[in-house]
Design a binder for this molecule. Structure first.
Ligand code: GDP
Ligand code: IMO
Ligand code: MG
Length: 434
């Protein structure tokens, strides 16, 4: 009954989608456990590009169950568009299952997200404006709407009768964009959602645990990254869900002893979208070059991603919070022909060398990166040749870079990703399901 979890080790966009899809090949179920359609996961199969936001990556491999767990927040209006795109591209949602406990992102959540950001002014988080924060706020405040509510019409009507007036008052107070819907019109719209996915709603914890009992293979697919975790990330510049290891259990209804392996996805350099501290950021020409070479533009919002050198203080924090048993190193091909590769191994904060990622935002703003610099490699532009060559024949400098990461984090780099396509992957482990 093996299960693998995949979690981003930085601030998201590490290439989780690509490597999750690679590992999905032998999985029976693929489970999203947190976040919503703030995610943007790119999967490329034989040149076909899938850009997934709210759907689990399993939808690109027909025949597998793709599960949206209870910890996810779901925008059913936007999911419909995504479903149509996936089907048009050759994917399938026959295997889609949605937890009856998953919370729904409503139109008013998106409007409140925008209004909150306006209130924050220069302290804004730089959210995706997808309504993620306000939906999780309602979950914790116990006034959220859940997928299962669609199946109980009387209960839904009663909930809407007090939630909608409350939200409208709040929106007026916050000068949010107005919401013209009435309880009746919203109910009718939600019945349309029920027609679309009502049959896919179930108790996904039972589904997942039964599958584990039957010895099926499960991939738990993380969204965002460890540094965007509501507890362990760069608060308040984070998302509103538990992106680290513990989130797998609460977000999918499985016990900790059922998670066998956790793969941490480490981009060979660092990126971040939105506001917040970033100690190894390159604000000048080098950063712009990495952004261009790496195509570092958001899949969800199109915003340019801030770029910088690899920061192992960040990755050590992530590994500790998630319990990585393997690493998947991505986009190392983007570093081809960079003559020198500084890697951040500590922070200098007010003259003190710090090895563990601090909670304090002001300390992070004062932190200066302490670098260990590695020699780059040249002339390895042909990715398929690199993949064919296998790990032992990769340029020595590249192996040195990878092996330093392994040594620092005390975790083997079992997957090396050298390009965006499924096949552009060196798998040093292979027996993922034993
Ligand atoms: P995710 O959110 O972690 O799934 O990552 P995104 O899909 O948002 O961003 C990663 C980007 O890098 C996508 O455009 C991928 O197609 C691409 N990508 C993933 N792995 C690699 C790799 O090893 N090399 C290169 N060159 N591109 C990659
Ligand atoms: P994937 O799964 C990168 C960032 C936003 C913002 C902060 C809060 O593709 O790696 P939110 O809308 O979640 O309230 O925004 O989190 N953010 C991401 N950054 N990749 C993501 O997802 C992200 N999802 C949210 O930019 O800084
Ligand atoms: Mg992304």
């Amino acid at each position: 009954m093996p299960s693998l979890a995949i979690i981003g080790a930085q601030w998201g966009d590490e290439g989780k989608g690509k490597l999750t899809d690679y590992l999905d090949e032998n999985a029976d179920l693929i489970v999203r456990f947190q976040g919503g359609n703030n995610a943007g996961h790119t999967i490329i199969v034989d040149g076909k590009v899938f850009k997934l936001h709210g759907l689990p990556s399993g939808v690109v491999r027909p025949g597998k169950l793709a599960v949206i767990g209870n910890g996810v927040v779901v925008n059913l209006e936007e999911l419909e568009t995504e479903i149509n795109e996936v089907i048009a591209n050759g994917g399938s949602i026959d295997g889609l299952r949605i937890s009856d406990r998953a919370h729904l992102i409503m139109g008013y959540h998106k409007k409140l997200d925008g209004a909150e950001e306006k209130y924050r002014g220069k302290n804004n988080v730089g959210t995706t404006k997808k309504g993620i924060g306000p939906t999780y706020q309602d979950k914790i405040a116990r006034i959220g709407l859940r997928a299962g509510d669609l199946l109980e019409e009387d209960l839904l009507k009663e909930k809407l009768s007090f939630i909608l007036p409350y939200k409208k008052d709040l929106m007026a107070m916050m000068e949010a964009e107005e919401c013209s819907c009435t309880t009746e019109s919203l109910f009718d719209k939600m019945m349309g959602w029920k027609d679309l996915i009502g049959k896919n709603i179930c108790d996904t914890s039972v589904l997942i645990n039964d599958a584990l009992d039957q010895g099926k293979n499960i991939v738990f697919e993380g969204a965002q990254g460890a540094m965007l975790d509501i507890d362990h990330g760069t608060y308040p510049y984070v998302t509103s869900s538990a992106t680290c290891g513990g989130g797998i259990c609460t977000g999918s209804g499985v016990a900790p002893n059922r998670i066998d392996k956790v793969v941490g996805i480490v981009k060979a350099y660092t990126t971040r979208v939105g506001e917040g501290p970033f100690v190894s950021e390159l604000t000048g020409e080098q950063g712009a070059e990495l952004q261009k070479k790496g195509g570092e533009f958001g899949v969800t919002t199109g915003r340019g991603r801030r770029c910088g050198w690899l920061d192992l203080v960040v990755c050590e924090h992530a590994s500790r919070m998630c319990g990585f048993t393997s690493l998947g190193i991505t986009k190392i091909d983007i570093l081809n022909d960079v003559p020198e590769l500084p890697v951040c191994v500590a922070y200098d904060i007010d003259g003190e060398e710090v090895k563990h990622f601090p909670a304090s935002i002001s300390k992070l703003q004062r932190a200066r990166p302490v670098y260990q610099t590695f020699k780059g490699w040249k002339g390895w532009d042909d990715t398929s040749a690199m993949v064919k060559a296998g790990y032992d024949n990769l340029p020595g400098e590249m192996r040195e870079y990878i092996e330093f990461i392994e040594k620092y984090l005390k975790v083997p780099a079992d997957l090396i990703s050298l390009g965006p396509d499924r096949d552009e992957t060196i798998d040093r482990k292979k027996d993922w399901w034993n």
